[in-house]
Design a protein around this ligand. Structure first.
Ligand code: MG
Length: 298
């Protein structure tokens, strides 16, 4: 599709926000037609962005050189969050298989985690790989609550946790067990803290719609857990942290950008609810309900 870029719209809370966005900052609308766009990951080797259209059970691909949009996989095991491992291989959360896998274009795949203490995972939602190679992921129930984003089933574990997969032994350990529905997650640049969003308001009246900050030592959560930011509108779903430690978090209004100290710098307004973001060279890619958007950063 070809569509003229529109001037991006911002809410500037702190003047430092202005320098983060390219002055010419046009909001590019790169794709539409999705039911629930999520899980963007940029593969530099292909100069391509992959993302999930969760409710249509497909994996999409945007080619930066040609701007072509294509289905990469359909069905796609109701994939959701994605990241890259240290070898540049895609790591995918799959509701359909209730697992976290390594995935290569063309279909080769390898399971990273599908159970905890002998019980099937709920439906892994989002994932990051730490510098030591450990795979960390959230496991809420959205992919088993109904058939809309997976296959309806009872939770075998009975709670929604954050897990770490040991890079050497493959052992799955529960690192955060007191959230309602953990969702997006990211480490600070020095990996001293893990931020995790909780979208539990979907299941509990007046429930969580915030990001919490956990202290990490030697690759393990050792404490913390205070609320770090509360979403101004809707819920924080996925988010990424830039090299300076700023948090770029999705929400109903678009993308909220936070200083490392937790203060809101500004909001990139999108015409649709944003579910996740990805950095790629000079760009910020944003998956938002039906669409893929892109903005050039400062
Ligand atoms: Mg998510």
């Amino acid at each position: 599709m070809t569509r003229s870029p529109a001037p991006a719209v911002y809410d500037v809370v702190d003047e430092r926000f202005v320098d983060l966005i390219a002055p010419s900052g046009e909001l590019e609308h790169l794709a539409d037609g999705c039911a629930w766009a999520e899980g963007p990951v940029y593969v530099a080797a292909e100069a391509a962005l992959y993302w999930s259209d969760v409710r249509n059970d497909r994996l999409m691909r945007f080619d930066e050189a040609t701007r072509a949009v294509a289905e990469a996989e359909r069905p796609a095991n109701f994939c959701n969050g994605h990241t890259l491992d240290h070898d540049g291989v895609i790591v995918a959360c799959e509701h359909g298989t209730r697992s976290v896998v390594r995935w290569w274009p063309g279909g080769r795949r390898e399971t990273i985690a599908d159970a905890f203490e002998g019980k099937r995972l709920n439906s892994p939602n989002d994932v990051v790989v730490a510098s030591d190679g450990a795979v960390w992921f959230t496991d809420p129930t959205y992919g088993i609550d109904s058939n809309a984003e997976g296959y309806a089933a009872e939770s075998e574990i009975g709670s929604s946790n954050v897990y770490r997969v040991d890079p050497t032994t493959g052992e799955v350990s529960a690192q955060v067990t007191d959230m309602v529905r953990p969702n997006g997650l990211a480490f600070t640049p020095d990996e001293s803290r893990l931020l995790v969003s909780d979208t539990g308001v979907s299941h509990v009246e007046n429930g969580p719609r915030h990001i919490r900050s956990f202290d990490v030592v030697d690759g393990w959560v050792v404490g913390g857990g205070a609320v770090w930011a509360t979403c101004p509108a809707g819920v924080f779903d996925g988010f990424r942290i830039d090299a300076a430690g700023r948090v770029w978090a999705s929400g109903d209004q678009g993308v909220h950008v936070y200083d490392p100290d937790g203060s809101l710098l500004g909001t990139i307004r999108l015409p649709e609810t944003c579910a996740n973001v990805e950095f790629a060279g000079p760009f910020l890619y944003m998956t938002a309900t039906t669409s893929l958007y892109r903005l050039r950063l400062g």
